[in-house]
Design a binder for this molecule. Structure first.
Ligand code: S3P
Length: 447
Protein backbone atom coordinates (compact mmCIF):
# COMPACT_ATOMS: atom_id res chain seq x y z
CA UNK A 1 0.00 0.00 0.00
CA UNK A 2 1.78 3.17 -1.04
CA UNK A 3 1.43 6.63 0.43
CA UNK A 4 1.80 6.76 4.18
CA UNK A 5 -0.77 8.64 6.22
CA UNK A 6 0.35 11.38 8.59
CA UNK A 7 3.75 10.78 10.23
CA UNK A 8 3.61 9.28 13.71
CA UNK A 9 6.44 10.62 15.85
CA UNK A 10 7.61 8.42 18.72
CA UNK A 11 10.15 8.93 21.50
CA UNK A 12 12.13 6.47 23.62
CA UNK A 13 13.38 7.45 27.07
CA UNK A 14 16.05 5.82 29.18
CA UNK A 15 14.38 2.55 30.20
CA UNK A 16 14.59 -0.68 31.94
CA UNK A 17 16.01 -2.91 33.02
CA UNK A 18 14.34 -4.91 30.22
CA UNK A 19 12.99 -8.24 31.49
CA UNK A 20 10.82 -11.04 30.15
CA UNK A 21 10.17 -12.95 26.96
CA UNK A 22 10.14 -11.36 23.49
CA UNK A 23 8.14 -13.40 20.98
CA UNK A 24 8.93 -11.69 17.67
CA UNK A 25 6.71 -12.20 14.60
CA UNK A 26 7.27 -14.42 11.56
CA UNK A 27 10.15 -14.00 9.17
CA UNK A 28 9.48 -11.40 6.48
CA UNK A 29 11.56 -13.07 3.75
CA UNK A 30 9.96 -16.46 4.32
CA UNK A 31 6.45 -14.95 4.58
CA UNK A 32 6.70 -13.29 1.14
CA UNK A 33 8.03 -16.52 -0.35
CA UNK A 34 5.37 -18.72 1.28
CA UNK A 35 2.66 -16.63 -0.43
CA UNK A 36 4.44 -16.49 -3.80
CA UNK A 37 5.44 -20.17 -3.95
CA UNK A 38 1.95 -21.08 -2.69
CA UNK A 39 0.53 -19.11 -5.63
CA UNK A 40 2.79 -21.09 -8.02
CA UNK A 41 1.67 -24.49 -6.68
CA UNK A 42 -1.42 -26.38 -7.78
CA UNK A 43 -3.76 -26.76 -4.80
CA UNK A 44 -3.90 -25.43 -1.26
CA UNK A 45 -0.80 -24.30 0.65
CA UNK A 46 -1.36 -23.74 4.37
CA UNK A 47 0.75 -21.18 6.22
CA UNK A 48 1.10 -20.60 9.95
CA UNK A 49 3.08 -17.86 11.65
CA UNK A 50 2.81 -15.56 8.60
CA UNK A 51 4.10 -12.06 9.31
CA UNK A 52 1.09 -9.76 9.05
CA UNK A 53 3.19 -6.67 8.40
CA UNK A 54 2.17 -4.32 5.60
CA UNK A 55 4.92 -5.55 3.24
CA UNK A 56 3.60 -9.10 3.35
CA UNK A 57 -0.06 -8.00 3.19
CA UNK A 58 0.82 -6.14 -0.02
CA UNK A 59 2.29 -9.34 -1.47
CA UNK A 60 -0.88 -11.24 -0.47
CA UNK A 61 -2.95 -8.64 -2.31
CA UNK A 62 -0.69 -8.90 -5.36
CA UNK A 63 -1.04 -12.70 -5.46
CA UNK A 64 -4.84 -12.24 -5.51
CA UNK A 65 -4.47 -9.76 -8.38
CA UNK A 66 -2.59 -12.42 -10.39
CA UNK A 67 -5.39 -14.94 -9.80
CA UNK A 68 -4.43 -16.92 -6.67
CA UNK A 69 -6.95 -17.31 -3.86
CA UNK A 70 -5.41 -16.05 -0.63
CA UNK A 71 -7.39 -16.37 2.59
CA UNK A 72 -6.73 -15.43 6.19
CA UNK A 73 -8.17 -17.92 8.68
CA UNK A 74 -6.89 -16.45 11.95
CA UNK A 75 -3.85 -14.60 13.30
CA UNK A 76 -0.87 -15.77 11.21
CA UNK A 77 -2.93 -18.59 9.71
CA UNK A 78 -3.43 -18.30 5.95
CA UNK A 79 -4.04 -20.45 2.91
CA UNK A 80 -3.17 -19.96 -0.74
CA UNK A 81 -4.89 -21.76 -3.58
CA UNK A 82 -2.29 -21.58 -6.30
CA UNK A 83 -2.67 -21.28 -10.05
CA UNK A 84 0.41 -23.35 -10.97
CA UNK A 85 3.69 -22.37 -12.64
CA UNK A 86 2.88 -20.13 -15.63
CA UNK A 87 -0.75 -19.83 -14.47
CA UNK A 88 -0.77 -16.15 -13.48
CA UNK A 89 -3.54 -14.10 -15.11
CA UNK A 90 -3.07 -10.48 -16.10
CA UNK A 91 -3.89 -8.10 -13.23
CA UNK A 92 -6.69 -5.63 -13.88
CA UNK A 93 -4.89 -2.77 -12.14
CA UNK A 94 -1.48 -1.50 -11.06
CA UNK A 95 0.30 -3.69 -8.48
CA UNK A 96 1.20 -1.57 -5.48
CA UNK A 97 4.00 -3.17 -3.43
CA UNK A 98 4.06 -0.37 -0.85
CA UNK A 99 7.46 -0.22 0.88
CA UNK A 100 8.66 -3.68 -0.14
CA UNK A 101 11.70 -4.25 -2.35
CA UNK A 102 11.44 -7.98 -1.75
CA UNK A 103 7.76 -8.02 -2.74
CA UNK A 104 8.15 -6.12 -5.99
CA UNK A 105 11.37 -7.80 -7.14
CA UNK A 106 10.20 -11.34 -6.45
CA UNK A 107 6.81 -10.75 -8.05
CA UNK A 108 8.39 -9.19 -11.15
CA UNK A 109 10.48 -12.34 -11.49
CA UNK A 110 7.47 -14.58 -11.04
CA UNK A 111 5.40 -12.95 -13.80
CA UNK A 112 8.26 -12.21 -16.22
CA UNK A 113 8.11 -15.55 -18.03
CA UNK A 114 4.33 -15.56 -18.55
CA UNK A 115 2.71 -13.77 -21.50
CA UNK A 116 1.01 -11.09 -19.42
CA UNK A 117 1.71 -7.44 -18.73
CA UNK A 118 1.76 -5.87 -15.27
CA UNK A 119 2.58 -2.42 -13.95
CA UNK A 120 4.19 -2.03 -10.54
CA UNK A 121 4.49 0.88 -8.16
CA UNK A 122 5.21 1.53 -4.49
CA UNK A 123 5.60 4.23 -1.87
CA UNK A 124 8.03 7.17 -2.09
CA UNK A 125 10.85 4.98 -0.70
CA UNK A 126 10.31 2.08 -3.11
CA UNK A 127 9.95 4.44 -6.09
CA UNK A 128 13.54 5.60 -5.46
CA UNK A 129 15.04 2.10 -5.44
CA UNK A 130 16.83 0.53 -8.44
CA UNK A 131 14.90 -2.15 -10.34
CA UNK A 132 17.49 -2.56 -13.14
CA UNK A 133 19.20 -5.21 -11.03
CA UNK A 134 16.17 -7.47 -11.63
CA UNK A 135 15.00 -6.27 -15.03
CA UNK A 136 18.48 -6.84 -16.54
CA UNK A 137 18.40 -10.61 -15.92
CA UNK A 138 14.65 -10.78 -16.64
CA UNK A 139 15.30 -9.33 -20.11
CA UNK A 140 17.58 -12.33 -20.81
CA UNK A 141 14.50 -14.56 -20.42
CA UNK A 142 12.74 -12.40 -23.04
CA UNK A 143 10.77 -10.06 -20.75
CA UNK A 144 10.67 -6.32 -21.44
CA UNK A 145 10.63 -3.54 -18.84
CA UNK A 146 9.49 0.07 -19.23
CA UNK A 147 10.15 2.18 -16.18
CA UNK A 148 11.20 5.65 -15.10
CA UNK A 149 14.75 6.92 -15.49
CA UNK A 150 17.34 4.91 -13.60
CA UNK A 151 15.09 1.84 -13.74
CA UNK A 152 12.68 3.20 -11.12
CA UNK A 153 9.03 2.44 -10.44
CA UNK A 154 6.36 2.81 -11.67
CA UNK A 155 7.40 0.18 -14.17
CA UNK A 156 5.62 -2.06 -16.63
CA UNK A 157 6.87 -5.57 -17.30
CA UNK A 158 5.79 -7.33 -20.48
CA UNK A 159 6.29 -11.01 -19.73
CA UNK A 160 8.06 -13.25 -22.26
CA UNK A 161 5.62 -15.24 -24.42
CA UNK A 162 8.35 -17.69 -25.33
CA UNK A 163 10.85 -17.62 -22.46
CA UNK A 164 14.33 -19.10 -22.74
CA UNK A 165 16.34 -20.36 -19.76
CA UNK A 166 19.18 -18.22 -18.47
CA UNK A 167 22.65 -18.58 -16.97
CA UNK A 168 23.29 -15.57 -14.77
CA UNK A 169 26.10 -14.51 -12.44
CA UNK A 170 24.83 -12.08 -9.81
CA UNK A 171 26.69 -8.75 -10.08
CA UNK A 172 25.63 -7.83 -6.49
CA UNK A 173 25.17 -10.09 -3.47
CA UNK A 174 21.37 -9.98 -3.46
CA UNK A 175 18.91 -12.67 -2.48
CA UNK A 176 16.16 -10.64 -4.09
CA UNK A 177 17.86 -10.73 -7.48
CA UNK A 178 18.76 -14.41 -7.09
CA UNK A 179 15.15 -15.20 -6.18
CA UNK A 180 13.71 -13.14 -9.03
CA UNK A 181 15.84 -15.11 -11.52
CA UNK A 182 14.88 -18.46 -9.97
CA UNK A 183 11.19 -17.54 -9.96
CA UNK A 184 11.40 -16.51 -13.62
CA UNK A 185 13.28 -19.74 -14.36
CA UNK A 186 10.33 -21.73 -13.03
CA UNK A 187 8.38 -21.05 -16.22
CA UNK A 188 11.29 -21.27 -18.68
CA UNK A 189 11.93 -24.62 -20.33
CA UNK A 190 15.26 -26.30 -19.51
CA UNK A 191 17.78 -25.34 -16.87
CA UNK A 192 18.18 -21.87 -15.39
CA UNK A 193 21.49 -21.36 -13.58
CA UNK A 194 22.28 -18.62 -11.06
CA UNK A 195 25.82 -18.16 -9.80
CA UNK A 196 26.41 -16.22 -6.60
CA UNK A 197 29.97 -15.40 -5.57
CA UNK A 198 28.96 -14.64 -1.99
CA UNK A 199 26.21 -16.70 -0.36
CA UNK A 200 23.01 -14.77 0.40
CA UNK A 201 19.89 -15.88 2.25
CA UNK A 202 18.82 -19.25 0.86
CA UNK A 203 15.10 -19.32 1.65
CA UNK A 204 14.05 -19.52 -2.02
CA UNK A 205 16.27 -22.54 -2.65
CA UNK A 206 15.01 -24.30 0.48
CA UNK A 207 11.41 -23.54 -0.34
CA UNK A 208 11.68 -24.53 -4.02
CA UNK A 209 12.98 -27.92 -2.89
CA UNK A 210 10.16 -28.15 -0.32
CA UNK A 211 7.54 -27.43 -3.04
CA UNK A 212 9.01 -30.22 -5.19
CA UNK A 213 11.11 -28.34 -7.76
CA UNK A 214 14.28 -29.91 -9.11
CA UNK A 215 17.13 -27.73 -7.86
CA UNK A 216 20.77 -28.33 -7.02
CA UNK A 217 23.39 -26.14 -5.36
CA UNK A 218 27.03 -26.82 -6.14
CA UNK A 219 29.83 -25.10 -4.25
CA UNK A 220 32.58 -24.29 -6.76
CA UNK A 221 35.55 -21.92 -7.02
CA UNK A 222 33.17 -19.53 -8.85
CA UNK A 223 30.78 -19.54 -5.87
CA UNK A 224 27.40 -21.23 -5.42
CA UNK A 225 26.05 -22.58 -8.70
CA UNK A 226 22.29 -23.01 -8.39
CA UNK A 227 20.60 -25.02 -11.13
CA UNK A 228 16.82 -25.12 -11.45
CA UNK A 229 14.87 -27.26 -13.89
CA UNK A 230 12.00 -25.26 -15.37
CA UNK A 231 8.29 -26.07 -15.62
CA UNK A 232 7.92 -28.32 -12.57
CA UNK A 233 4.52 -28.93 -11.04
CA UNK A 234 4.90 -27.39 -7.60
CA UNK A 235 3.09 -29.32 -4.87
CA UNK A 236 1.26 -27.35 -2.19
CA UNK A 237 2.91 -27.39 1.23
CA UNK A 238 2.26 -26.67 4.86
CA UNK A 239 4.65 -23.85 5.77
CA UNK A 240 5.37 -22.99 9.41
CA UNK A 241 7.10 -19.61 9.22
CA UNK A 242 9.86 -19.30 11.86
CA UNK A 243 10.40 -16.05 13.79
CA UNK A 244 12.35 -13.28 12.08
CA UNK A 245 16.00 -12.97 13.20
CA UNK A 246 16.09 -9.44 11.74
CA UNK A 247 13.18 -8.42 14.02
CA UNK A 248 14.66 -10.33 16.98
CA UNK A 249 17.73 -8.11 16.57
CA UNK A 250 15.86 -5.15 18.11
CA UNK A 251 14.94 -6.63 21.53
CA UNK A 252 18.28 -8.49 21.61
CA UNK A 253 20.31 -5.33 21.02
CA UNK A 254 18.12 -3.29 23.37
CA UNK A 255 18.74 -5.82 26.17
CA UNK A 256 22.50 -5.66 25.54
CA UNK A 257 22.69 -1.88 25.99
CA UNK A 258 19.98 -1.22 28.63
CA UNK A 259 21.60 -1.64 32.03
CA UNK A 260 20.51 -4.65 34.11
CA UNK A 261 18.48 -6.29 31.31
CA UNK A 262 17.91 -10.05 31.08
CA UNK A 263 15.49 -11.30 28.41
CA UNK A 264 14.65 -14.46 26.49
CA UNK A 265 13.99 -14.32 22.75
CA UNK A 266 12.73 -17.75 21.66
CA UNK A 267 13.08 -19.36 18.24
CA UNK A 268 15.69 -17.11 16.60
CA UNK A 269 16.98 -18.46 13.29
CA UNK A 270 20.56 -19.68 13.24
CA UNK A 271 20.48 -20.10 9.46
CA UNK A 272 24.07 -19.35 8.43
CA UNK A 273 22.86 -16.98 5.72
CA UNK A 274 21.05 -14.83 8.35
CA UNK A 275 23.02 -14.99 11.61
CA UNK A 276 25.92 -12.57 10.98
CA UNK A 277 24.69 -10.06 13.57
CA UNK A 278 24.66 -12.66 16.33
CA UNK A 279 28.22 -13.76 15.54
CA UNK A 280 29.30 -10.11 15.53
CA UNK A 281 27.62 -9.33 18.87
CA UNK A 282 29.37 -12.30 20.51
CA UNK A 283 32.69 -11.03 19.13
CA UNK A 284 31.91 -7.66 20.73
CA UNK A 285 31.53 -9.38 24.09
CA UNK A 286 27.75 -9.81 24.21
CA UNK A 287 26.38 -12.15 26.87
CA UNK A 288 24.09 -14.30 24.70
CA UNK A 289 23.31 -17.93 25.48
CA UNK A 290 22.07 -19.98 22.54
CA UNK A 291 19.71 -22.40 24.30
CA UNK A 292 17.73 -25.37 23.05
CA UNK A 293 18.99 -25.57 19.42
CA UNK A 294 16.43 -27.30 17.18
CA UNK A 295 14.66 -27.16 13.78
CA UNK A 296 11.47 -25.11 13.30
CA UNK A 297 9.75 -24.65 9.94
CA UNK A 298 12.79 -26.19 8.21
CA UNK A 299 15.18 -23.64 9.78
CA UNK A 300 17.74 -24.17 12.56
CA UNK A 301 16.65 -22.05 15.55
CA UNK A 302 17.70 -21.42 19.17
CA UNK A 303 16.28 -19.55 22.17
CA UNK A 304 18.45 -16.54 22.99
CA UNK A 305 19.00 -15.54 26.62
CA UNK A 306 20.43 -12.04 26.49
CA UNK A 307 21.86 -10.02 29.36
CA UNK A 308 23.16 -6.43 29.38
CA UNK A 309 26.86 -6.50 28.54
CA UNK A 310 29.95 -4.32 28.33
CA UNK A 311 30.86 -4.34 24.70
CA UNK A 312 33.96 -3.48 22.71
CA UNK A 313 34.15 -2.18 19.15
CA UNK A 314 35.37 -4.55 16.43
CA UNK A 315 36.06 -4.73 12.67
CA UNK A 316 33.16 -6.53 11.04
CA UNK A 317 34.55 -8.69 8.20
CA UNK A 318 33.11 -7.41 4.88
CA UNK A 319 32.39 -10.95 3.68
CA UNK A 320 29.89 -11.25 6.54
CA UNK A 321 27.74 -8.44 5.13
CA UNK A 322 25.21 -10.55 3.18
CA UNK A 323 24.35 -12.55 6.32
CA UNK A 324 23.54 -9.39 8.32
CA UNK A 325 22.70 -6.85 5.63
CA UNK A 326 19.51 -5.66 7.38
CA UNK A 327 21.19 -5.51 10.80
CA UNK A 328 23.80 -2.76 10.25
CA UNK A 329 21.47 0.04 11.47
CA UNK A 330 20.88 -1.62 14.85
CA UNK A 331 24.52 -2.77 15.01
CA UNK A 332 25.65 0.83 14.61
CA UNK A 333 23.50 1.78 17.62
CA UNK A 334 25.05 -1.04 19.67
CA UNK A 335 28.48 0.15 18.47
CA UNK A 336 27.76 3.61 19.89
CA UNK A 337 27.42 1.99 23.35
CA UNK A 338 30.63 -0.08 22.96
CA UNK A 339 34.15 0.94 23.98
CA UNK A 340 36.27 1.89 20.95
CA UNK A 341 35.43 1.99 17.29
CA UNK A 342 33.38 -0.43 15.23
CA UNK A 343 34.36 -0.57 11.56
CA UNK A 344 31.79 -1.75 9.03
CA UNK A 345 33.24 -2.08 5.53
CA UNK A 346 31.77 -3.51 2.33
CA UNK A 347 28.34 -2.09 3.14
CA UNK A 348 27.50 0.04 0.07
CA UNK A 349 24.33 -2.02 -0.52
CA UNK A 350 22.96 -0.17 2.53
CA UNK A 351 22.69 2.91 0.33
CA UNK A 352 19.90 1.33 -1.77
CA UNK A 353 17.71 -0.14 0.98
CA UNK A 354 14.42 1.40 2.15
CA UNK A 355 16.59 4.49 2.71
CA UNK A 356 20.29 5.28 2.34
CA UNK A 357 21.00 3.56 5.63
CA UNK A 358 24.63 4.70 5.92
CA UNK A 359 23.51 8.31 5.65
CA UNK A 360 20.43 7.90 7.86
CA UNK A 361 22.43 6.22 10.66
CA UNK A 362 25.37 8.62 10.38
CA UNK A 363 23.18 11.74 10.59
CA UNK A 364 21.01 10.37 13.41
CA UNK A 365 23.96 9.15 15.49
CA UNK A 366 25.78 12.46 15.03
CA UNK A 367 22.65 14.27 16.25
CA UNK A 368 22.79 11.99 19.33
CA UNK A 369 26.39 13.06 20.03
CA UNK A 370 28.21 10.08 18.51
CA UNK A 371 31.24 10.50 16.21
CA UNK A 372 30.81 8.70 12.90
CA UNK A 373 32.96 8.38 9.78
CA UNK A 374 31.62 7.22 6.44
CA UNK A 375 32.52 6.75 2.82
CA UNK A 376 30.59 5.19 -0.03
CA UNK A 377 31.15 1.65 1.24
CA UNK A 378 32.04 2.11 4.94
CA UNK A 379 30.53 3.17 8.24
CA UNK A 380 32.72 3.66 11.33
CA UNK A 381 31.13 4.37 14.72
CA UNK A 382 33.23 5.69 17.60
CA UNK A 383 31.70 4.10 20.68
CA UNK A 384 31.16 6.00 23.92
CA UNK A 385 30.81 2.97 26.19
CA UNK A 386 27.84 1.70 28.23
CA UNK A 387 25.37 4.52 28.99
CA UNK A 388 27.68 7.02 27.26
CA UNK A 389 25.51 8.23 24.37
CA UNK A 390 24.12 11.74 25.02
CA UNK A 391 20.94 11.36 22.89
CA UNK A 392 18.54 14.30 23.04
CA UNK A 393 17.75 14.34 19.30
CA UNK A 394 15.07 13.38 16.81
CA UNK A 395 16.20 11.12 13.97
CA UNK A 396 14.74 11.22 10.46
CA UNK A 397 13.50 7.77 9.44
CA UNK A 398 13.00 8.34 5.66
CA UNK A 399 10.15 5.77 5.48
CA UNK A 400 12.56 3.12 6.78
CA UNK A 401 11.29 0.75 9.50
CA UNK A 402 14.76 -0.37 10.58
CA UNK A 403 16.02 3.20 11.00
CA UNK A 404 12.96 3.99 13.15
CA UNK A 405 13.40 0.94 15.40
CA UNK A 406 17.16 1.46 15.68
CA UNK A 407 16.86 5.01 17.02
CA UNK A 408 14.07 4.05 19.41
CA UNK A 409 16.39 1.35 20.83
CA UNK A 410 19.10 4.02 21.06
CA UNK A 411 16.80 6.20 23.15
CA UNK A 412 16.15 3.35 25.61
CA UNK A 413 19.81 3.51 26.71
CA UNK A 414 20.90 7.09 25.94
CA UNK A 415 21.20 9.81 28.61
CA UNK A 416 18.49 11.97 27.02
CA UNK A 417 15.41 10.80 25.05
CA UNK A 418 15.72 9.98 21.35
CA UNK A 419 12.77 10.52 19.05
CA UNK A 420 11.96 9.50 15.51
CA UNK A 421 10.00 11.76 13.17
CA UNK A 422 7.85 8.86 11.93
CA UNK A 423 7.40 5.45 13.53
CA UNK A 424 4.63 4.34 11.14
CA UNK A 425 7.00 2.40 8.79
CA UNK A 426 7.59 -0.06 11.66
CA UNK A 427 4.24 -1.59 10.66
CA UNK A 428 5.84 -2.93 7.45
CA UNK A 429 7.91 -5.57 9.29
CA UNK A 430 7.27 -5.58 13.04
CA UNK A 431 3.68 -4.50 13.72
CA UNK A 432 3.83 -5.47 17.42
CA UNK A 433 7.15 -3.67 18.11
CA UNK A 434 5.72 -0.97 20.37
CA UNK A 435 3.68 -3.33 22.58
CA UNK A 436 6.42 -5.95 22.70
CA UNK A 437 9.13 -3.49 23.73
CA UNK A 438 6.87 -1.81 26.31
CA UNK A 439 6.09 -5.27 27.69
CA UNK A 440 9.82 -5.74 28.33
CA UNK A 441 9.97 -2.40 30.14
CA UNK A 442 10.84 0.07 27.37
CA UNK A 443 9.66 3.63 27.91
CA UNK A 444 8.13 4.60 24.55
CA UNK A 445 5.76 7.49 24.03
CA UNK A 446 3.92 8.61 20.93
CA UNK A 447 5.17 12.11 20.26
C1 S3P B 1 15.72 -9.98 1.22
C2 S3P B 1 16.97 -9.74 0.75
C3 S3P B 1 17.80 -8.59 1.17
C4 S3P B 1 17.26 -7.91 2.40
C5 S3P B 1 15.77 -7.76 2.35
C6 S3P B 1 15.10 -9.12 2.24
C7 S3P B 1 14.98 -11.16 0.73
O1 S3P B 1 17.82 -7.64 0.11
O2 S3P B 1 17.86 -6.65 2.56
O3 S3P B 1 15.29 -7.12 3.53
O4 S3P B 1 13.95 -11.53 1.34
O5 S3P B 1 15.41 -11.74 -0.28
P1 S3P B 1 18.88 -7.76 -1.10
O6 S3P B 1 18.60 -8.99 -1.83
O7 S3P B 1 18.64 -6.54 -1.95
O8 S3P B 1 20.22 -7.72 -0.44
Amino acid sequence: MSGHATPEPMTARRSGPLKGRAEVPGDKSISHRALIFGAMAVGETKITGLLEGQDVLDTAKAMRAFGAEVTQHGPGSWSVNGVGVGGFSEPADVIDCGNSGTGVRLIMGTMATTAITATFTGDASLRKRPMGRVTDPLSLFGARAFGRQGGRLPMTIVGAADPVPVRYTLPVASAQVKSAVLLAGLNAPGETVVIEKEPTRDHSERMLLGFGAKLSVEKTAEGHVITLTGRPELKPQTVAVPRDPSSAAFPVCAALIVEGSDILVPGVSQNLTRNGLYITLVEMGADIEFQNPREEGGEPVADLRVRASSLKGIEVPPERAPSMIDEYPILSVVAAFAEGKTVMRGVKELRVKESDRIDAMARGLEACGVRVEEDDDTLIVHGLGAGGVPGGATAKTHLDHRIAMSFLVCGMAAKQPVGVDDASPILTSFPVFEGLMKGLGADLVRR
